[in-house]
Design a protein. Structure first.
Length: 107
């Protein structure tokens, strides 16, 4: 928990300060730079969360429960969303087992 706090607090401060500045910035170039800071901060926060999750798994503090997941259904939805946004035809070939056992929270 201490490690989580030590890593998470600076990222949260950076992200919240960038959010606050976003409402004050009127220059388009500054807004673009600030957007980059916000995206990088969000990316860093996700990476730290994954790292802490992995550390919890290694220390056996996290119990992973495997649940069935239809990977074909999941990927079909992703392809359909991509087609809507980009008006492209994508052919999806599924050469995998239909159901996988995965941790439902961390695919």
């Amino acid at each position: 928990n201490a490690l989580c706090h030590e890593l998470g607090t600076p990222a949260a401060v950076m992200s919240s300060n960038a959010d606050l500045l976003q409402s004050m910035v009127t220059d388009p170039q500054q807004a673009e730079l600030l957007d980059g800071i916000q995206q990088s901060g969000a990316n860093l926060t996700k990476k730290m969360a994954n790292l802490l999750l992995y550390a919890s798994i290694i220390e056996k503090r996290l119990v992973i429960r495997k649940v069935p997941l239809s990977l074909a259904s999941l990927t079909r939805v992703v392809v359909q969303e991509y087609q809507k946004k980009h008006a492209r035809t994508i052919r999806f070939v599924n050469d995998m087992d239909d159901f996988w056992l995965v941790d439902g929270n961390h695919v």
